[in-house]
Design a protein around this ligand. Structure first.
Ligand SMILES: [Zn+2]
Ligand SMILES: [Zn+2]
Length: 341
């Protein structure tokens, strides 16, 4: 008799099936992780809606999860060790991989997209993706390490300097972490624009200069607050046509836009304000290993609030509800699934 486990399987566009499936047996180069918390990401939504180009059903989604080691055939990690994963799967030999840019590997894959991820009681993860975490970091907070690594990457490669005023356009799960990391990096004032009432409330509670973009134009507000100059660094974290357009006007002369939000479709960029002011754009796809290590240290050190961005914690049987909540965005920020509940 083989052991079974509860899993939420994506079986096709807008279809989730809850099933008892065979518990994976880890191969010699894998670690079996008992999942504690698994976050819903925009990428999971894209898969759920049937719009992801690589994902193939049936699939256990989620690349943002924490848990404890259930079995490590190599013996390196004792049973019970708290862990997260760096879910990136690189080829190791393309131009990017050969030149220190493996996070943009030409065939980059992710645990939870290209192989089963965290929306299950157990996941057999490649051993090279598993990262032990300090016991001082709760497993719930650890589930946010992956999006936190995106924020750490964006801020640390930006031109942000101590004492700067900056702007974050979009306070979704990544945007709200970018704003916090920008503050940790020394930003004196952080404008956060957003349309969702729930996300605005979270940004306000965290002490940011909040702009409700349903009532005021973030471009007007930020230019008015900066003597018409704009800010040296803008973090675009919504990926929408509107915010991408705004970013080009909020950036100061010679300023910089960190493109963190992933547009779902092709967007138009108005090059005139960008060219006239020689604004530079730096896209952020995922993160480097050093960003993951810093994210773990920052999370463990309690230097960012990883509790307020979490609006829902749901059992595995409510993944479809969680995906709908995250999709609507109006009442949700980060939605976590807790397979052990
Ligand atoms: Zn993600
Ligand atoms: Zn590669």
């Amino acid at each position: 008799m083989t052991d079974t486990m509860r899993a939420a399987l994506w079986t096709g566009p807008e279809q989730i099936e809850y099933a008892d499936v065979e518990r994976p047996t880890p191969a010699a180069n894998q670690v079996l992780i008992k999942v504690a918390y698994a976050g819903i990401c925009g990428t999971d939504l894209t898969i759920y809606l049937g719009k992801h180009t690589r994902a193939r059903a049936p699939l256990v989604m989620s690349h943002e999860f924490s848990g404890t080691v259930a079995e490590d055939p190599s013996g390196a990690l004792p049973v019970g060790t708290p862990v997260v994963v760096n879910p990136l799967l690189m080829c190791g030999h393309c131009y990017a991989c050969r030149n220190g840019l493996s996070h943009i590997c030409s065939t980059l894959g992710l645990v939870g997209i290209d192989r089963d991820g965290g929306f299950a009681e157990y996941v057999a993860a490649p051993a090279h993706t598993v990262r032990p975490i300090p016991t001082s970091l709760s497993l719930q907070r650890a589930a946010l390490v992956e999006p936190l690594a995106v924020a750490v990457h964006a801020v640390s490669v930006s031109d942000l300097r101590v004492g700067d005023t900056t702007a974050v356009l979009g306070a979704g799960p990544v945007g709200i972490l970018v704003a916090q990391i920008a503050r940790l990096a020394g930003a004196l004032r952080v404008f956060v624009s957003e349309v969702s009432p729930k996300r605005l409330a979270i940004a306000r509670e965290l002490g940011f200069s909040v702009i409700d973009a349903t009532r005021a134009d973030p471009v007007d507000e930020i230019l008015a607050a900066t003597d018409g100059e704009g800010v040296p660094v803008v973090f675009e974290s919504a990926g929408s046509q509107t915010t991408i357009f705004q970013a080009g006007r909020i950036a100061r002369l010679g300023g910089q836009i960190l493109q963190v939000g992933m547009p779902k479709t092709a967007v138009t960029i108005d090059m005139t304000p960008v060219m006239f002011r020689e604004v530079r754009s730096k896209p952020i796809r995922v993160y480097r290993e050093q960003d993951v290590q810093r994210a773990i240290a920052i999370a463990a050190g309690g230097r960012v609030d990883l509790d307020r961005p979490v609006t829902h914690i749901l059992p595995i049987a409510e993944l479809a509800k969680g995906l709908e909540l995250a999709h609507a965005a109006s009442d949700a920020c980060k939605v976590l699934i807790a397979p052990a509940v």
